[in-house]
Design a protein around this ligand. Structure first.
Ligand code: AMP
Length: 172
């Protein structure tokens, strides 16, 4: 296969044949290569479309396809890191700087009264795409969205203290 050149499109599927003929093993390899990328990497590589609002060398921001509120924007690093605990500090700093600018743009240009910035880690936390991202969600007075912020209470103050001590130990 030396010298072969391929370009992928979102609809391209080597198992369904194509403009060139390669062996079945190569088709399977190429199919797996194409599908090992997560959806955000495909957006970074321009293999699937997105409404991009910001781009620099390391960061991309684009409209969430399923907005909680219209204007909902995602900020991602072009390189995939996941979860936040595996993401370098300088990458995180760059992401939050861009999230801040997008929040300001949502307030100034969309007239948002407030902004939620959310970052999910793990399926238990509702994460779907395993590529770190910040959600920047414009909020409008009376927009009708309510987070299911179901506040609980501790059994007793000691329980809260015990958990605080564990977290403090993890920070040492
Ligand atoms: P999370 O649940 O934190 O992993 O969020 C993933 C987000 O990615 C969801 O809000 C989806 O609506 C959004 N999303 C998934 N696919 C696309 C896409 N192709 N273009 C834009 N946003 C997407």
């Amino acid at each position: 296969m030396a010298g072969a050149h391929f370009s992928f499109s979102k609809d391209w599927n080597p198992l369904h044949g194509g403009a060139f003929s390669v062996s079945r093993d190569w088709k399977i390899f190429l199919f797996r290569y194409h599908n090992r990328m997560n959806i955000f990497e495909k957006i970074v590589n321009r293999e699937i479309p997105a409404a991009i609002v910001y781009e620099d060398e390391d960061i991309l921001a684009f409209m969430d396809i399923g907005p909680i509120i219209k204007g909902h924007t995602l900020v991602i690093p072009k390189t995939c890191y996941d979860p936040i605990t595996e993401t370098p500090d300088d990458v995180l700093a760059g992401l939050i700087r861009v999230a801040k600018r997008i929040a300001a743009a949502q307030m100034n240009e969309l007239g948002a009264d407030g902004v939620n910035i959310i970052q999910n880690n793990g399926t238990a936390a509702g994460q779907e795409v395993p590529h770190i991202h910040f959600h920047v969600i414009p909020r409008f007075e009376g927009d009708g969205h309510h987070w299911n912020w179901n506040a609980k209470s501790y059994d007793d103050p000691e329980e809260m203290e015990r958990l605080a001590e564990k977290i403090k130990k993890g920070l040492e």
